[in-house]
Write a protein that binds this ligand. Structure first.
Ligand code: ZN
Length: 1019
């Protein structure tokens, strides 16, 4: 016994000694600082007020290297930026030296650069990361975890705080600052940092968009080396497809960076996802001004406020000016990267920091930014010297306070995560929506399967019905897709499938207002309000969905049903050498009704065609002889794709669609249009949206001086020259290039334009009959509006099964075509009034009237009265429009819009009869238009002043000489969200030399009238 006691004592002594040893650095009140690094922090800081005790020094470590040691400069050094590879080099060195840090590669971008994930926590936690991951996963799935187990986990698991940065490439500071934060979290032994390290797992992806980061860094150094008066190179491209819009892909999930981030969210269940940006004054911590997305759990909204107010409080307490919340961004649309957190019951938030530079500069904000407001108790100053170290200090401090707040309230955040997940599952048990059904055999069955697959990659579980049943009046067939409402990630379905009603009295929307997934994709997704849905036999889909396809019947002719599925275009381009024809009208054959646009393949090689149709989920019908219907050849066009060098922001969404569906094109810059001979090279030229005036789009980047401005890969700047390069990017197409484009069309080419590029020909008077309007009264910000197919015989609408289609429209252009009746249904009103609310009222103070009791007190009366009367009128006009818009969001509007379709048929016939100055042969063909009645227009989003769109064209096909200009006022390829209108563009490409098909055919418009009249008669 004694010996045993002794041994125990001895062990205990060893244990105590070990603890003392481990705690020694913490116990040392003063961990020594890295003096060289700390000296530079002070040296580079431009204003001493932008600092806190957390970041005014850097602790020394004998084993772990600082950014200075690895990169040769401290974070926040003026004039210095790091490429993504150097940032990764630092994190790799950190992980190698510290047992508190781990780094993984999480995938590559389109240009082949790596993305990384870093984890930082105390040593024991890092050793047990898988265990902690599993604990968070358990908290996120109340189907597998009991409330009792959850209570235990809330006190044993650790919140995961995921920091992302560098999605916006010229916003340089976040990726730099995160290196220093990483070091500090791993090394610093203050109780404050120990608290964070012991209670929170910090995840970091320092560069979300490494392709753009490297281009932005190269562009900075390129311009720095130019002579003072040399023309600066603008930042060209970021990733392969889009620039700033890379942060609008959270819903569509096309870009690799979005997919990799989503995978981190699915693998780790981060409690908070915090994205770092750099486009506001000093530091903005997000809450948004509202309106908030209606499907976000209220707990999440409260978390935004808790965290933001804590940031403001802690920074304000230390006298740091300009840390604020609320007055920027709304919280509405779910297409941002950080919204990936919200669709997974987590908290997403962001900072907007004053730009890193990296050169020092002076910040002199406007009065609307420096006024003291309730959300900005300690506002930014009228003027301050700023630099990269200010940027580093302010955001690193705020982040440390945020991390510490979560560490201190660890159980609260885990409990919130558990409850949000629990409430999601409960919504499926209590209704009113118990689930959704996506019919597998719907008209666009391949697109429906594609939608299912996109939802699955975001984590939504999809089942397949095993038998036929009816639930809540919804008939379900075996094979139909069922989304159960009692799953944790049902927020994806709630948020994406809902209709949006953005009340115009709100602050002006930050981005799109409508995104309803089934409308944008033109597919059927039906909510089910009967709980019995959940008891039906179904099996979880564990592999990608694929629509049934193949060939039925026998015979040497195969007719492929055109359902407007995007795979129809893919199919055509997969077999460029196979002769295919398009049927020019609807017809019946082999016991099936075919819509115009059905693809007829004479002498088909079934052995190659059938497997392709099966893969693509398309239906072919074999028959002995060609059907009795007029056809034209689907000749494969040589496609030219023009981009402007003056804006490479979002034309890539169009390329995204062409690339995905296998449509080849030759990509080149506007300057090359000057070379001419376009018709010799191309059959179709696509020129997507640029933005700005017709004149600015023609002029391109201005030429200053005689030195060319190249954009090409060099040894020194390897990131340049992709996805396109040029020896001089200046000058635009010029009038010369514009005339070449005009010649191209005259000689039989087809020009496809969308958005702003649709205005170029009309504004240069090259398209008689089409004019561009800019109505003041219109407010339609990224909304889904009703499209009316005015001409069902046009090849551009081949495959579409009815004369209406939801379309995305964003304010402009408003195209007026002289064939329509014109004017407005109600005449022009002032519906745009009252659209935005002043959230910084103190910034524009009233002019005070001096006190003068001797002056006539009534003199100002009538004028005041007059003004207030006018305001009242504007308010009521706005109110009336809002009410009409709200009505249009309901289902009742559908039939009256169909009646509008009937009116168009008549109007078109009438216009042909009266004929203006326009040559009949060059009469623009309105393929799609807005409804006549504004109350019929809004499907999802916001619209006021809709009168200005009454009967205006959405899609115009204007014959010019031997060719055509196809103008889209809508955006058929918007942000990988408008799959429902892709086919309008694909049809325009596939039928490029037969766009006149059906034009003026006597039977065709009449059919449209009959259909409209039938539908309308019920109302
Ligand atoms: Zn940004």
């Amino acid at each position: 016994m004694p010996s045993r006691t002794l041994r125990v004592r001895h062990l205990a002594g060893t244990l105590i000694a070990a603890i003392a040893l481990a705690a020694a650095p913490a116990a040392r009140a003063q961990q020594s600082n890295d003096t060289a690094y700390t000296a530079r922090i002070k040296q580079y800081l431009e204003d001493p007020r932008i600092s806190t005790e957390l970041v005014d020094h850097l602790p020394a470590s004998a084993t772990v290297p600082t950014p200075l040691a690895v990169l040769g400069h401290i974070v926040g050094t003026p004039g210095v930026l790091d490429h993504s590879a150097d940032i990764y080099k630092y994190f790799d060195a950190l992980a190698k030296a510290s047992p508190r840090v781990k780094v993984w590669r999480i995938g590559k971008t389109e240009e082949g650069r790596e993305m990384i994930l870093v984890a930082i926590a105390d040593e024991a936690t890092i050793k047990d990361l898988d265990k902690y991951r599993a604990m968070n996963a358990a908290l996120g799935d109340p189907r597998k975890t009991t409330p009792e187990e959850a209570q235990r986990l809330i006190h044993t698991a650790k919140p995961i705080y995921y920091l992302t940065s560098g999605i916006h490439s010229p916003e340089f500071g976040g990726p730099e600052m995160l290196m220093e934060l990483g070091y500090r979290l791993a090394v610093e032994e203050t109780p404050f940092v120990q608290d964070i390290r012991n209670n929170v797992i910090t995840l970091i992806t320092p560069v979300i968009e490494p392709d753009g980061r490297d281009k932005a860094v190269d562009t900075y150094y390129y311009n720095k080396a130019l002579p003072k008066d040399g023309q600066r190179l603008p930042l060209m491209y970021w990733g392969r497809y889009v620039q700033h819009d890379n942060n609008r892909d959270g819903m569509g999930q096309f870009l690799d960076l979005t997919k990799h981030t989503t995978q981190v969210v699915l693998d780790w269940h981060p409690t908070i996802l915090h994205d770092l940006h750099e486009a506001q004054t000093y530091l903005y911590a997000s809450t948004g001004s509202g309106p908030y997305n209606e499907q976000i759990d209220p707990i999440t909204i409260d978390s935004w406020w808790l965290l933001a107010e804590n940031d403001v409080m802690e920074m304000t307490k230390r006298g740091v000016p300009g840390v604020w919340t609320y007055g920027f961004y709304d919280g509405w649309t779910p297409n941002y990267l950080f919204f990936i957190a919200h669709t997974h019951n987590e908290v997403g938030r962001f900072y907007e920091v004053q730009s890193y530079g990296p050169d020092n500069y002076v910040v002199k904000p406007r009065a609307t930014t420096t006024s003291r407001e309730w959300f900005r108790p300690n506002p930014p100053l009228d003027s301050i010297d700023w630099g990269p170290r200010n940027n580093t200090n302010i955001q690193e401090s705020a982040l440390l306070f945020a991390l510490h707040y979560v560490a201190e309230n660890r159980a609260t955040f885990l409990d919130n995560y558990w409850r949000t997940s629990e409430r999601a599952v409960d919504r499926g048990k209590t209704g009113p929506t118990f689930g959704w059904v996506i019919p597998a055999a719907q008209r666009r069955k391949a697109d429906a399967a594609d939608a299912v697959n996109e939802l699955r990659t975001q984590g939504l579980e999809v089942d397949v019905a095993s038998t036929a049943f009816t639930a809540g009046g919804v008939r379900v067939q075996p094979g139909d897709y069922v989304i159960r409402g009692d799953q944790p990630y049902r927020a994806i379905a709630d948020m994406y499938f809902a209709l949006q009603n953005f009340a115009p009295g709100n602050p002006s929307p930050y981005d799109d207002t409508g995104w309803t997934f089934p409308l944008m994709r033109d597919i059927t997704i039906t909510p089910v309000t009967d709980k019995s849905l959940l008891d039906q036999p179904m099996t979880l889909l564990t592999a990608p969905a694929r629509a049934p396809g193949g060939v039925a019947g026998s015979g040497s002719v195969i007719v492929v049903d055109n359902t407007a599925d995007n795979n129809v275009a893919k199919f055509r381009f997969e077999f460029p050498r196979v002769k295919m024809q398009a049927a020019e009208s609807d017809f019946d054959a082999a016991g099936h009704h075919f819509r115009a646009g059905a693809i007829v393949i004479p002498n088909a090689n079934r052995a190659t065609i059938e497997p392709a149709l099966r893969d693509l989920g398309l239906s072919g019908f074999a028959m002995a002889a060609a059907p009795d219907v007029k056809t034209h050849d689907l000749n494969i066009p040589r496609i030219g794709y023009v981009h402007s060098w003056s804006r490479t922001q979002d034309e890539g969404w169009v390329r995204a669609a062409l690339d995905t569906y296998g449509i080849p094109y030759n990509y080149f810059g506007d300057v090359k249009l000057r070379d001419g001979n376009l018709r010799q090279k191309y059959d179709v030229i696509i020129f997507p949206h640029v933005g700005g005036s017709a004149e600015s789009m023609v002029n391109g980047i201005a030429k200053r001086g005689t030195t060319p401005l190249p954009y090409r890969k060099t040894k020194q700047f390897p990131s340049f020259g992709t996805p396109d390069s040029a020896s001089d990017i200046r000058g635009g197409m010029g009038v010369e290039g514009l005339m070449n484009l005009y010649q191209f069309v005259q000689q039989g080419g087809e020009l496809i334009v969308e958005g702003a590029t649709s205005t170029i020909f009309p504004d240069y008077n090259l398209t008689p009959g089409v004019t561009v309007e800019t109505p003041d009264s219109l407010f339609a910000r990224g909304s889904i509006l009703r499209g009316v197919i005015a001409d069902m015989t046009s090849p551009i609408v081949y495959g579409y099964g009815r004369d209406q289609l939801p379309v995305y429209f964003n304010q402009s252009p408003v195209l007026n075509v002289r064939t329509g009746p014109g004017g407005g249904f109600f005449g022009f009103g002032r519906g745009g009034a009252g659209v935005s609310q002043d959230i910084t009222p103190m910034a524009t103070p009233l002019k005070l009237s001096p006190w003068n009791p001797d002056e006539d007190s009534t003199s100002g009366g009538p004028r005041r009265g007059g003004r207030s009367g006018a305001r009242g009128a504007a308010r009521s006009a706005g109110g009336a429009t809002a009410a009409a818009a709200a009505g249009a969001a309901g289902g009742a509007a559908a039939s009256s819009a169909a009646a509008g379709g009937a009116r168009t048929g008549g109007a078109r016939a009438g216009a042909q009869g009266r004929q203006g100055a326009i040559d009949t042969a060059e009469q623009p063909r309105v393929v799609m238009r807005f409804p006549r009645n504004p109350a019929d227009m809004l499907l999802s989003g916001v619209l006021t002043g809709g009168q200005a769109l009454s009967d205006k064209a959405q899609v115009v096909d204007e014959p010019l000489g031997k060719g055509h200009v196809v103008m889209f006022a809508i955006r058929p390829f918007w942000r990988w969200q408008t799959q429902g209108t892709f086919m309008l563009g694909f049809n325009a490409i596939m039928n490029w030399d037969d766009l006149d098909a059906g034009s003026g055919a006597p039977g065709a418009p009449a059919g449209s009238v009959a259909r409209g009249a039938t539908a309308g008669s019920g109302n």
